[in-house]
Design a binder for this molecule. Structure first.
Ligand code: NOJ
Length: 716
């Protein structure tokens, strides 16, 4: 921490009354026009520390007004010039995967396995948002999720802790830049800490059971990485873990987050989460809620005014110490100083290059798309091919932007029909495939060279409070897939989905399948890049696609069972369920290319290393030769997995330890090397201590989690 800032914080704090201190902990949402004057008065009196720049409990689902910069500048002027302590407000808004330029939903971004592009995208996002009064955003969302019924799976990086950790550091670095006080940065907020993605049954806000062993190895790595990358704020999650609401848990908010992970910034609650402690059944009244949350280490109260209404009395009665309040205030003031708000409190838009941002959005969308199936090399299509485009997503715009898109504009988003007409030189026929005119649709299909089906799920069936029990595309779309067979044409399915969906039936029926996600402003042009081969697909799945919804949860980094009934790797399918094949339809890390990549056997520079050498910082280098043997220049994500056959605790059958995305021109090859050190060979015990045990490690390097391409090393 910076001493100069600490001194400024201490000085300011010494001049504040308790009432003003509590004001810093209070984050109301933007007032309505009716309340604006009363709100300004509260700011003048030092009763507001921050403004949540949206309205409503599920801001990502409802239309939010455009940002009125002059309003926020005026409010800021009152705070800075008319309040006694002249403390600027910090304005926060959910800018989850784009501001006006919308990038792919985070789950899709993770599919790119391209940390540099993700970081660049969040630089762009910060630049755009900062021009509209926003200082702080509630991003990245880092909830490990194994249940696609949970609508919020789209907001995070998927099922893998290592992918989550890489995503976290890329987003934090992108948003915060190298100097947070610059005007084109945003303060990042790692959320929802912690375990929210494990909501039972995928039902939003539901209870979770997470052992400490799982917590440290699966749920914390992304947060650990965000903290390491310098995330200045963390949002506590709504859920409880093992019966303890996170909002009131000093174990999770202080012992683990601050003492173990070393977090030094401030914690904001989720929306109304403090007051909800009553409903969660651990607090009797509002005062209890406020005391429990503050004493647990929760610094800023989002929206419910519970701190504002209760903390003064609680300090007077001794239920909350002045020291606890001071600590919370200090953390908030520290971030305000770091963000440069005392020097530059106002927003003065400087403009940005929208085309450059759109270019980056398209590059990321290109790399996020996952090619799942390509029978007989149907793709890429010839640009002059006669295409019959069928399906409701041919003209869909809003859903392509995805959930949690507050400031993007559907009207400016090209649909697939527009984009196809733009990039193809052949004849394009179109039908929604819905309604009664199936004969004419069939005729168009029959007269085409190939049928492209534009299918998907609505943005509004994903996101907060949008759990579904049916993870498929709507039945009328499944019917289109079946009916189009009558035309006897090769058929490509383009699936615009936010979450993993059940794939068995869809995959069986189609000749080629493109998983196109809700990929933001450039969704449709990016699909055309892939359809016509301007770009060879390179996305890989950050979450397993099951055959059937009833196989959930299905994730790759499971431990072995005593009898061979694991559902993921099992080659004797009916060991798991007696009535269906339980292996994934498409496993974690999977994604096809138009070219052929060949992997050599991995090699190590040494096959043995002592634990002492590892502790002293020595590394092992594992290398493979990657050959692009096909006819396309293309990118490949080389994935390195590890398995520890014998350890004191059961370890996963495979766990991703590293990846590199490599571009190779056709008919060339390259040696790809990974350095593995102490931090790669161990795991966290249930107390959260990192341990590296002696013994064998199998290191697998290949194209997805099922690779058998391995080398073994021994730690002596
Ligand atoms: C509730 C959501 O859980 C959280 O992700 C979001 O940042 C806040 N509301 C503010 O909109």
């Amino acid at each position: 921490m910076n001493n100069e800032i600490l001194q400024k914080v201490e000085k300011l704090l010494s001049e504040m009354t308790l009432h003003e201190k509590i004001g810093q902990l209070n984050q109301p949402e933007t007032p309505s026009a009716d309340n604006a004057e009363a709100f300004k008065e509260a700011v003048r009196n030092g009763e507001v520390g921050s403004i949540l720049m949206s309205v409503g409990a599920t801001a990502g689902n409802d239309a939010q007004g455009a940002i009125d910069i002059s309003f926020y500048n005026e409010i800021q002027r009152i705070a800075v010039e008319e309040s006694k302590n002249h403390i600027p407000l910090i304005f926060g808004r959910d800018v989850i995967h784009g501001h006006h330029t919308v990038f792919p939903v985070p789950l899709a971004m993770a599919a790119s396995f391209n940390s540099d592009l993700i970081e660049q995208s969040y630089r762009d996002i910060a630049q755009e948002a900062a021009q509209e009064s926003i200082h702080w955003t509630f991003t990245p969302m880092l909830d490990l999720a194994r249940d696609p019924r949970w609508g919020r799976i789209i907001e995070g990086p998927g099922e893998d802790p290592y992918v989550g950790a890489r995503f976290a550091s890329a987003v934090v670095s992108g948003l915060q830049g190298d100097d947070l006080s610059k005007s084109d940065t945003l303060v990042a907020c790692a959320k929802h800490y912690v375990g929210y993605g494990a909501s039972e049954g995928g039902r939003d806000y539901h209870r979770t059971e997470i052992s400490d062993y799982s917590l440290h190895n699966y749920y914390l790595p992304a947060f650990r990485s965000a903290v390491k990358a310098g995330a200045r704020t963390v949002m506590s999650s709504f859920n409880d873990v093992n019966g303890q609401p996170i909002t009131s848990s000093s174990y999770y908010l202080t012992d683990i987050l601050r003492d173990k992970l070393g977090f030094e910034g401030f914690v904001v609650s989720d929306y109304d989460a403090v007051i909800q402690l009553k409903r969660q059944g651990v607090a009797a009244d509002d005062a209890d809620c406020a005391a429990m949350a503050l004493n647990a280490g929760l610094d800023m109260d989002m929206h419910d005014y519970c701190y504002a209404a209760n903390l003064e009395k609680l300090v007077e009665s001794g239920k909350v110490s002045m020291e606890a309040v001071d600590n919370a205030v200090k953390r908030i003031l520290y971030v305000k100083f770091e963000k440069g708000l005392f020097d530059h409190p106002y927003c003065t838009p400087a403009g940005y290059d929208k085309n450059e941002h759109l270019k980056h959005a398209r590059e990321l969308a290109d790399e996020s798309i996952v090619l799942l199936k390509n029978s007989d090399h149907l793709l890429p299509l010839d640009k002059s091919a006669k295409i019959c485009l069928i399906g409701p997503f041919a003209t869909e715009r809003r859903s392509l932007l995805g959930s949690w898109c507050i400031d993007g504009t559907a009207e400016e988003t090209p649909c697939l029909l527009d984009a196809l007409k733009e990039s193809s030189t052949g004849k394009i026929e179109y039908s929604s495939g819905l309604g009664l005119n199936w004969d004419s649709t069939l005729k168009k299909a029959y007269n085409s060279d190939v049928v492209v089906l534009a299918l998907g799920e609505s943005w509004s069936s994903t996101g907060e409070a949008r759990a579904v029990s049916n993870i498929s595309i709507p039945p009328e779309q499944l019917a289109i897939i079946k009916k189009v067979k009558a035309a006897g044409k090769k058929t490509v399915g383009v699936l615009f989905c936010g979450r993993p969906i059940e794939m068995q039936e869809i995959s069986n029926e189609l000749d080629a399948v493109i998983y196109a996600w809700h990929n933001g402003s450039a969704s449709a042009p990016a699909v055309c890049d892939i359809l016509f081969g301007d770009v060879s697909p390179s996305g890989k799945l950050p979450a397993t696609l099951p055959r059937l919804a009833t196989h959930i949860p299905l994730y790759y980094n499971i431990t072995s069972s005593g009898r061979p009934v694991n559902c993921y790797y099992n080659e004797n399918p009916y060991d798991c369920y007696i009535d269906s094949i339980p292996t994934p339809c498409y496993p974690f890390g999977y994604g096809l290319s138009y070219t052929t990549f060949n992997y050599s056997r991995p090699e190590c520079d040494k096959t043995e290393i002592s634990l002492g050498d590892l502790e002293a910082g020595k590394k092992i280098t594992v290398s493979v030769n990657l050959e692009n043997a096909g006819d396309y220049d293309a990118k490949e994500t080389v994935q390195l997995y590890m398995n520890t056959p014998v350890a004191k605790m059961m370890r996963p059958i495979r766990e991703l330890k590293s990846f590199k995305k490599i571009f190779l021109k056709q008919k060339t090859n390259e040696t790809v090397s990974f350095e593995l050190g102490y931090e790669d060979f161990g795991y966290y015990d249930p107390c959260g201590n990192y341990v590296v045990e002696k013994g064998v490690r199998n290191v697998f390097v290949g194209e997805n989690c099922l690779t058998v391409n391995k080398v073994s090393v021994i730690i002596k």
